[in-house]
Design a protein around this ligand. Structure first.
Ligand SMILES: NC(=O)c1ccc[n+]([C@@H]2O[C@H](COP(=O)([O-])OP(=O)(O)OC[C@H]3O[C@@H](n4cnc5c(N)ncnc54)[C@H](OP(=O)(O)O)[C@@H]3O)[C@@H](O)[C@H]2O)c1
Length: 275
């Protein structure tokens, strides 16, 4: 894999799951990393794991406790982070939540707004705060959306809306940044084995679980490898996992018809089974 010696990678959500695995991989390839999340204890623990994988002690491993959904806090803390750890060559936007996976009527307006604020505005806020510094380095912006942003799923009205918004955001931003020698990479994984899944399982209805089972299941270190390779090659769009890519193609080429027929059938079956 390509080395990243001397590069600095900022990773939101870097204390857990996909973000943490991505940080570990970048560190093992020579990059300095800055982990951004809210919980300081988790950040410190993650920084210890990342540090142990560095190729040299000169590689920075920094942590920043910040809520990506709070624009003023993000601006202040990113300015401070750039002064302390250096400007980013790569920004990986991995912070996200999916704790309100439920039927639409059970999701309150406040819960819906929280998902949009963290998953969607969070990407906007961190990207905006670091954009001028990324421009100076002809940098790379990576955005973690989801297959749930490419096709709708039972129980995902809030999460799916936030992830579909990121698809539009990434495509639009790509047009603006590519002429500057920069790149945007949109990553749409299926289900990945991370703490987010445990959070989601608390409320996700059985129909949602049944539909999700079709999409594929990946390990976070695999997704991290896909992310790092795509960022290195400045690719715009990646769907990790062969079967998920296949499903997505069926969805696209049938204009959504096949995925609707299959999902409706799976939902009917899961209801019958539980009667
Ligand atoms: N796991 C999956 O099945 C899956 C599938 C497709 C896409 N994705 C996407 O991949 C990304 C990473 O997910 P994951 O599974 O790795 O999740 P995870 O293990 O739950 O990690 C989420 C990370 O985001 C941070 N975070 C959450 N809210 C934040 C906020 N307001 N401000 C700053 N940091 C915040 C968390 O730390 P704190 O809580 O301490 O802030 C944590 O570091 C997400 O965007 C997710 O939507 C995940």
């Amino acid at each position: 894999m390509k080395r990243f010696d001397g590069k600095i990678v900022y990773i939101t959500g870097g204390s857990s799951g996909i973000g943490l695995e991505t940080a570990k991989l970048f560190a093992s390839l020579g990059a300095g990393v800055v982990l951004i999340a809210r919980n300081e204890a988790k950040l410190e623990e993650a920084a210890g794991k990342v540090s142990s994988l560095r190729r040299s002690e000169s590689q920075t491993v920094g942590t920043v406790s910040a809520d990506v959904g709070d624009d003023a806090e993000v601006r202040r803390k990113m300015a401070d982070a750039v002064a302390r750890f250096g400007a980013p060559d790569i920004l990986v936007n991995s912070a996200g939540i999916n704790k309100y996976a439920d039927r639409f009527e059970n999701i309150t307006a406040a819960e819906f707004d929280e998902v949009m604020r963290i998953n969607c505005s969070g990407v906007r806020n961190v990207t905006a705060a670091l954009l001028d510094r990324l421009k100076e380095k002809r940098g790379r912006v990576v955005i973690l959306s989801s297959v749930a942003g490419l096709f709708g799923m039972f129980g995902y009205t809030a999460y799916g809306a936030s992830k579909a918004a990121l698809v539009g955001f990434a495509e639009s931003l790509g047009y603006e940044l590519r002429p500057l020698g920069m790149s945007v990479t949109l990553v749409c994984p299926p289900e990945v084995d991370t703490p987010m899944n445990l959070d989601e399982a608390k409320r996700l209805p059985r129909e949602g679980r049944a539909v999700k089972g079709m999409g594929g299941f990946l390990m976070p270190d695999y997704v991290a490898r896909v992310i790092v390779k795509a960022a290195a090659k400045r690719r715009f769009f990646v769907i990790p996992g062969f079967s998920t890519r296949f499903l997505y193609r069926l969805h696209r080429y049938s204009n959504g018809l096949l995925s609707r027929i299959i999902s409706d059938a799976v939902i009917r079956k899961s209801r019958k089974r539980d009667r």
